[in-house]
Design a binder for this molecule. Sequence first.
Ligand SMILES: [Zn+2]
Ligand SMILES: [Zn+2]
Length: 251
Amino acid sequence: MPSDYHIHGLAHEGPPHTVERLLPYVEAAREAGLTAMGFADHDRFLEGLDFNVFSELERITGMPVRAGLEVDFRPGRDHRQQLAGRPWDYLIGSVHTVDDWEFDRPGQEGGFAAWDIDELYATYFNLVARAAATGIFQIIGHLDLIKIYGHRPRRPVLELAEPALQAIARSGAALEVNTAGLFKPVGEIYPARELLARAFSLNIPVTIGSDAHAPGEVAREREQARELLRQIGYTCLATFYCREMATEPLL
Ligand SMILES: [Zn+2]
Ligand SMILES: [Zn+2]
């Protein structure tokens, strides 16, 4: 019963949020053999979301369509209040910004030169830990996104990420295996194998997400993510409905 929970139906353009626009993603999910899917658009488009679109897509296609959101975690922002009062199936907490620098944006790569790389990694993972500690998120997105352009820390990444992994384990959230990294300069799945192995030893559940911003990207390189998880020892994936976690076999 495979699912892909990280799909941006509005891509980078934003609303209108309509059945016509999202339908090609559902069709692509079906063609890819998925049996459930979830849209998780960027939270900057929150006000443009129409929750009736999800149920209408389910009615038309028969595909279970979950209502999610990818929240750009910023310390000091009242995310709980921002997200209240809407029928989410799950919320993905992601860190894309360090000190107002959107490090993963195209053209922002130069910002890495201003940092000691170990300090940057430690600062980034501290933000991930803080996101998990809020308890708001069911899924933590692309755990080691900071490697996007291939900058590697001098210290072992396992050591730098440990506080974030501990916080995720304590929060009960799932960790996302995100295949979009394969299409970035780093050319790797998020997170790295050793981080995923540590997550497994901490009993952290996992999801697989494509981070699709176009229908053709739904479920991309999913088999590679599954194989990685199988090698580490995972046998099931987390699923979400009304913010409750269940599991499905890692088929
Ligand atoms: Zn993201
Ligand atoms: Zn995303």
